[in-house]
Design a protein around this ligand. Sequence first.
Ligand code: ZN
Length: 427
Amino acid sequence: MTDDGLGSRLRRRMDRLYPICRSISGDGLRATLEIIAEELDIDRHRVPSGTKVFDWTIDDEWNVRDAYIARLDGSRVIDFAEHNLHLVSYSTPIDAVLSMAELRPHLHTLPDHPDWIPYRTSYYTRNWGFCLSQDQLDGMRDDAYRVVVDSTIGHGFLDYGELAIPGERPDEVLFSAHVCHPSLANDNLTGIAIAIELAEYLLSLPSRRLSYRFIFAPGTIGSLTWLSLNPSVWPRIAVGLVLTGLGGDGRLVYKRTRAGNAYVDRCVGNVVRRFDGEVRDYSPYGYDERQYNAVGFSLPVGRLSRTPHNEYPEYHTSADDLSFVNGAQLEESFSAVRQVVSVLERDDTFRNLNPFGEPQLGARGLYPSTGGKAATDAVMAMLWVLGYADDAHSLLDVSSLSGLDFATIADAAEALEAAALLVRIRP
Ligand code: ZN
């Protein structure tokens, strides 16, 4: 089923967040959480800089008022106000006239894509720099320029947002999206827009079997901060998914947990294959899944992307803009995560109460009166469910074995249960 408003709603969220200069701390991060809070009742946590977080220390907070490179007559050639990627994130303050030779080591371009601006950060090494297109650099022919970075780096906070949605069971499903990138669309606004939509969807359900938790935090330091403050939650996390890079014209890609055989791996793998997506093994590189899967936590957290980081030329450049992502791609990604939730909420293990051969489905009114593929699938699904209702295979297993989608299998199980041919033995 398609939702006519869904793609544009997801896009509108991204449009609104796109212009903000986000980083791992600061006003842009807070403004982003503020916008998320307009739609979701998130808890906003603030942890002071200097706080020790495992092997890390929360850095001083960075904010920018203005930054530019100007000719000596005052006209600006590179202006942070025009594109926030122009300034290297965490650039230290400077106001100086520099020769082009002095300035050049601080300028970053992409010669292979001469009209794109790269995205660069200098989080844990104090430095300053500007990112510009190669075309802009080629146009800088003066001997000297005035360089101004009107920024502050000082005591402040790391901010992150969290939403816990209780369910009937304490077992939790964790969704994590990073919120630290400036004007880039696929990475990371798609993850934020889809996480918000998913939380609203979960809140709209009349009941939830599992509990859910959403984390909107800056990459690496944010997820580690949450982990360090919530050791009591670690054992409750039954399933986790990092949501990022969910737009672009690639196909869905699921990255397994480090263990590789967790329930989330089977669940998301099943769904992603329905979308002709790809399932990959874990590697200790990427987004926050590498923190959640670290040996000390070993949390079952996979990652869902559509166009993964580093695998498209626009990655971490100004070309990852709003035109890189369309509504249809976002709708498909959202549909996949909603199907993941549907598996989590509906999967169960059953026992066949008529195990001695095939039961007479017709006598019980279980044969569909209509023809067509849906009817054939419904009958096949009943045969598959009955065939594996052996106390050992869950409906997810039956879906994967049969190649039939999970919803068809779950519907069949419900019909068989209503006809007293099955009993639910284990969630
Ligand atoms: Zn990134």
